[in-house]
Design a protein around this ligand. Sequence first.
Ligand SMILES: CSC[C@H]1O[C@H](OP(=O)(O)O)[C@H](O)[C@@H]1O
Length: 349
Amino acid sequence: MVRSLAWQTDCLRLLNQTALPGSTEYIDCRDWRRVAEAIRRLEVRGAPAIGAAAAFGLVLGARELVGRPGDFRSALLKVAEELRSTRPTAVNLFWAIDRMLAAADRCSGDAEPAAVMSALEKEAVAIAREDEAVNRRISENGAALFPPGSAVLTHCNAGALATVAFGTALGVIGEAWRQGRISRVFADETRPLLQGARLTAWELHQAGIPVTLITDNMAGWVMQRGMVQAAIVGADRITANGDVANKIGTYSVAVLAREHGIPFYVAAPVSTFDFSLDSGADIPIEERGPAEVTSLGGVRTAPDGIEVFNPAFDVTPNRLVTAIITEHGVLRAPYREAIAALRDKKGGN
Ligand SMILES: CSC[C@H]1O[C@H](OP(=O)(O)O)[C@H](O)[C@@H]1O
């Protein structure tokens, strides 16, 4: 099974997703700063995966601080803040760090730093283990939504690579495939960083699931031609009213799905819900550098010095979301009440 990361006690091993699909390379992080860099560079990416990576980054930070002079807990908080600053949109990053700091706070005030570090390591291992189990439940809950023989469209990568294992949207697709419910997947390439072409197409091809790669601007025509009967994506943050932040281009897919009368599904764990935000207008949207848009594979594709707008995410309003598939079941509009009922199921905060 594809895994985005593995805790090896002395280091956090990351599958370098910027090297896929051309080569399978690993990054062994023994320093929390290298984990932070990997998140910023999208060497590890995907909401649950960056949450788990940051959790193990905090363990590495704690390990560095054990035996150092000065106040262990305030130094640990500084590491946590650095990890929080890596990317602003996926709420799993903040959920995981909050959960780790809560684990540290459960240690008595006079606990030795080594004891706190041990508690942090246990919590990070639990976060990683739970993510795989949660994704399996999401997959089982979502598979039943697809009538046998369905072809579906997906955007970006919400697969095993975006999580600790198994995936969310691609987890649903894999389970539906195993049940004979999905016959083919149309994968948007997902400009500018091509998570669909490089990662989703790779994951599905590895799994033997029929996949057709299309460019983002082909999604409407594929729907208009009746080549897909549904769309399913992951999420980076879902607010209290059911608005969904996800990879840039997701909103366009949702509008096209509504226009063509096909369901638009979102698959996400409860850890991706942000109960503190009332609507998608409040979600911070990461903007990345111009080079991601003005070059491709190291080849310049736009004039020097051209103005660039490069938002990494967009927000799909809840009215365009047919259902949200979680580990606790499938939510349908109106979402506010159903989401509120999930609140006590979100560990950590
Ligand atoms: C299962 S969360 C996956 C989610 O994260 C991706 O963003 P990025 O590749 O920038 O980390 C994308 O929005 C996916 O849907």
